[in-house]
Design a protein around this ligand. Structure first.
Ligand code: GYE
Length: 353
């Protein structure tokens, strides 16, 4: 009698165990893993991305997705914020609730992060900032940052322009330049605008307008139309990314202007930033964009190496800058000297496309 009872109990226990196992393996896997996401060996990374406003952003998202794959030992929770900070704050709070291992944030703007990052700190979740920066009172609210020096990028492009104008004997008062700015309040806009403002003042260029282009092609078009309406003497357009530049070119060409570096003969010089999009590179090869300040979007492997360091109990550097150069349609200027360093100018021709 006793052994029958023992048998029955063991059978019930085995059934319970099997149900439990079945329950676990039936849990859906993949990017949007839910429930007890920690029940496996994968490192869970919650990534709040700015949006999909530009070519640069799309390449950047791909770089992150390809590195944080299951094969590499990660589960990535990818949230697209559609260029809205409120969406990013909501995403970070959901990452905290789901107890992810790491939060990665590409912030749309610099300010307004103190509260939500304090919440992440209280939950003991390391926060890695990527691409743009955050402006917080307490720097311990994030573990580290990796991205570009946007002000330096701006200065590099302006130096290239100045060298080019000198070479052609064009005096600074003949330069009528407009700035199509990126998303106001983002590091990429703040840095590139600041670099431009300082250099334009130093060289004595005539700055005719600032217009916001939100880093998108459509807003770049709108901004260019507004500028042309009141400043038809504009002969240089400083676009804060390639998407805006491609929009500006469309508008200029539709209005009968030619884009190129021969501004003495009526062409409009276009300069921009990024350099990782086929269409923009083709525009350089065709001479329509004269110079692009490189902005490297391949941050996936960089963020991953930070996470590997943290996993090994090491402390990554707080701020990590990516070294960048310049792309141009002409070999007339070979290098640009900035912060005591020579930066190479890479010529893009049809063969490179
Ligand atoms: O230049 C632009 C994008 O923050 C560096 O954002 C990034 C900028 C990039 O939308 O194309």
């Amino acid at each position: 009698m006793k052994s029958r009872l023992a048998n029955a109990i063991s059978i019930i226990l085995i059934i319970c165990l099997l149900c439990l196992l079945a329950g676990c393996s039936a849990r859906p896997e993949g990017m949007e893993g839910s429930g007890d996401i920690k029940d496996d060996d994968l490192i869970v990374v919650g990534f709040s991305q700015v949006g999909s406003e530009s070519y640069w952003r799309n390449v950047n998202s791909e770089s992150m997705k390809s590195v944080f794959s299951k094969d590499n030992g990660y589960r990535l929770i990818f949230e697209d914020a559609q260029q809205k900070q409120t969406n990013q704050i909501t995403a970070i709070r959901s990452f905290i609730q789901r107890e992810v291992d790491y939060i990665v944030l590409a912030p749309v703007v610099e300010t307004g992060w103190d509260t939500v990052l304090s919440e992440a700190k209280e939950a003991n979740i390391p926060v890695i900032i990527v691409d743009r920066r955050v402006d917080v009172d307490d720097e311990s609210l994030f573990t580290c940052w990796v991205g570009s020096d946007f002000e330096l990028e701006g200065k590099m492009v302006c130096m290239w322009m100045s060298k080019f104008f000198n070479l052609k004997g064009i005096s600074p008062d003949k330069i009528h330049v407009a700035d199509i700015q990126g998303t106001l309040g983002s590091s990429a806009q703040l840095g590139r605008t600041k670099g431009f403002q300082e250099m334009a003042k130093m060289y004595g260029w005539d700055v005719v307008a600032y217009e916001e282009g939100e880093f998108t092609k459509s807003k770049g078009k709108e901004a260019m139309s507004v500028i042309l309406r009141s400043h038809d003497d504009v002969n240089v357009v400083y676009c804060e990314n390639d998407s805006e530049a491609l929009g500006a070119i469309e508008v200029l060409e539709a209005s009968g202007r030619k884009c190129g570096n021969d501004i003495e003969n009526g062409e409009v010089m276009i300069v921009s930033f990024d350099g990782f999009n086929e269409e923009a590179r083709a525009a350089v090869a065709a001479g329509k964009i004269s110079c692009i300040g490189e902005c490297n979007p391949m941050h996936g492997p960089r963020v991953e190496s930070i996470i590997r360091k943290l996993e090994a109990g090491e402390q990554p550097e707080k701020l990590q800058y990516v070294l960048e150069g310049i792309f141009s349609d002409t070999s007339e200027i070979e290098t640009v000297m900035i912060s005591g360093q020579e930066r190479a100018v890479t010529v893009i021709t049809d063969k490179d496309l």
